[in-house]
Design a protein around this ligand. Structure first.
Ligand code: ZN
Length: 185
């Protein structure tokens, strides 16, 4: 009997020591999901729908940030060397920041010294061209084919295989890394 009591005593001790293990935090994951939506209230944004949009600037002004609006809708140019995709070589896809239309693949991006992200090839379904004679220069403006937003200009001094240089504003681009593209499929 004594032995049994002793055994019970030992078991109780053991249980107590287990219960007393420190309760390690389980509250750590609460804040990790926050920035998952990069696009705020933009009903026109789609990475799959390529239907032409005809949205007036008065509407875009309500949706886009002032910085994006100035470049994309008023053909402003970001200062050279300041864009987030200028010195950037991750693998993934580039979309129009205004409407989500696919524009470039990272494979066609090259290191250029001009101060803006540069590509030697664009998605033919993604971009459109327009003659631009502003500032006393003859240039070819590159626009998003879906929403007509200004992206940058294209020149004939690019590297092989195309010899073309798409000189883009980072502000107009929305980059999605390959890992995220795969997850969305
Ligand atoms: Zn667009």
């Amino acid at each position: 009997m004594k032995y049994l009591l002793f055994l019970a005593f030992c078991l109780t001790l053991q249980m107590c020591s287990q219960v007393k293990k420190p309760e390690i935090s389980q509250q750590k994951n609460a804040t990790t999901m926050e920035n998952s939506t990069t696009q705020k209230e933009n009903p026109y944004y789609s990475r799959t729908d390529r239907t032409k949009l005809n949205v007036p600037n008065s509407e875009w002004k309500k949706i886009l940030s002032p910085e994006v609006y100035a470049v994309a809708r008023e053909a402003d140019t970001e200062r050279p060397g300041t864009g987030k995709y200028n010195q950037f070589d991750e693998l993934g896809e580039y979309y129009c920041v205004v409407c989500g239309n696919h524009l470039f693949r990272s494979d066609s991006k090259f290191s250029s010294t001009c101060g803006w992200p540069s590509f030697f090839e664009a998605d033919k379904e993604g971009v459109a061209y327009k003659r631009d004679s502003s500032y006393g220069m003859e240039r070819t403006e590159v626009l998003c084919k879906r929403c007509d937003s200004h992206l940058g200009h294209v020149f004939n001094d690019g590297p092989p295989p195309t010899g073309t240089r798409y000189c883009m504003n980072s502000v107009s681009l929305d980059f999605v890394p390959d890992s995220q593209v795969a997850n969305n499929k």
